[in-house]
Write a protein that binds this ligand. Structure first.
Ligand code: IPM
Ligand code: MG
Length: 353
């Protein structure tokens, strides 16, 4: 197929890992005879500095032009400790999600055998854990009515039936392609919004009798993910709970630098690493490009190009086996590879296999 790709490199380590993702995408397209055209666009702090807006209209239009967005990371410490900042890089991310209607955020938690020793969990607990968190991404507290006063402030956790229904259908779709077990995570013992989620989920579950559905309070889910991550196959939850649980999920595999994600919905889908912009590492050639590279695999898989995705996953596994690793996951005494070197090794592997 012909691909039009919007490349949003963003801030911090974004540009370095983005370059690796683009190289891998190009190598796979050459190999499989797909045409690919890229357009770069500004986002995050970089866009604030250059044009005063973290998700400018030009960027939005480039995303609409594209078949998919390859996104890297946004965020800059200059804004983090300034509660008075008028505009923040993260607003660009939220604007992108809202404007592209990206209501379904898919965050797989997979373990890599050769990295299990880096997990904060015991090997017997984490080995073989493999689940997907489906996070609702355009509703809830992130986008509900807000008040920001000096003496009083609130965020509203609003959901409509339609918003809950559509994300549940996405989640059931994943469950059907996996081990047919869906856990609906909410706080229905306290929150009205969660009771709507649970009611709608109980109704929708009747349409998927082949999937086992269970319901879990979010506090309990946070605990279960640590005690028994293998319990989960697919979990679905609202925006804020999903934000928190996916950070928890991302570390149990040993390194946050390994996990990709996809955000899909009404318009162009976005593929990005789960980790952030790691400003301290900017320009140092030490960031792990694997999450970004695996997000390219998710991109191909989204378009039903499984062999392309498989080749990327094989290349990543081969790089780990060969100990071609960035410092944070390198084995003791192993040589150090930079972002560029890991990216180049994987690109070569793809060309030669
Ligand atoms: C994430 C991030 C974002 C979120 C931030 C950067 C706004 O933490 O994608 O999980 O809270 O959604
Ligand atoms: Mg988060």
């Amino acid at each position: 197929m012909d691909f039009k790709i919007a490349v949003l490199a963003g801030d911090g380590i974004g540009p370095e890992i983005s370059a690796c993702g683009v190289d891998v995408m190009t190598a796979v397209c050459e190999k499989f005879g797909h045409k690919v055209e890229y357009r770069n666009a500004l986002c995050g702090a970089d866009a604030i500095d250059k044009v005063g807006d973290p998700f400018p209209d030009d960027t939005y239009n480039t995303c609409l032009w594209a078949d998919a967005v390859l996104f890297s990371a946004v965020g800059d410490p200059r804004f983090d400790n300034d509660p008075n900042a008028k505009v923040r890089p993260e607003q660009g991310l939220l604007a992108m999600r809202k404007k592209l209607g990206l209501y379904a955020n898919i965050r797989p938690v997979e373990t890599f055998g050769c990295l299990i020793h880096l997990s904060p969990l015991r090997r017997d607990i984490v080995e073989g854990a493999d689940f997907v968190c489906i996070r609702e991404l355009t509703g809830g507290m992130y986008f509900g009515e807000k008040l920001e006063g000096d003496d009083r402030a609130y965020d509203t956790n609003a959901y409509t039936r339609a918003e809950v229904e559509r994300i549940l259908h996405v989640a059931y779709g994943y469950a059907r392609r996996r081990r047919r077990h869906l856990t609906v995570v909410d706080k229905a013992n306290v929150l009205a919004s969660s009771r709507l989620w649970r009611k709608v989920a109980q109704e929708i579950s009747l349409q998927y009798p082949d999937v086992e559905t269970d319901y879990m309070y979010v506090d309990n889910a946070a605990m279960r993910m640590i005690q028994d991550p293998k319990f989960f196959d697919v979990m679905v939850t609202e925006n804020t709970f999903g934000d928190i649980l996916t950070d928890e999920g991302s570390v149990i595999s040993g390194s946050m630098g390994l996990l990709p994600s996809a955000s899909t919905g009404e318009k162009t889908p976005v593929f990005e690493p789960i980790h952030g912009s790691w400003p301290q590492a900017k320009g140092k050639n030490i960031a792990n490009p694997l999450a970004q590279i695996l997000s390219v695999a998710m991109l191909f898989e989204y378009f039903d190009l499984g062999a392309e995705g498989r080749l990327i996953r094989d290349a990543v596994n081969a790089s780990l086996e060969a100990n071609v690793r960035t410092p944070e996951i390198q084995v003791p005494g192993g040589a150090t590879y930079g972002t560029k070197e890991v990216g180049a090794w994987i690109t070569d592997y793809i060309r030669n296999h």
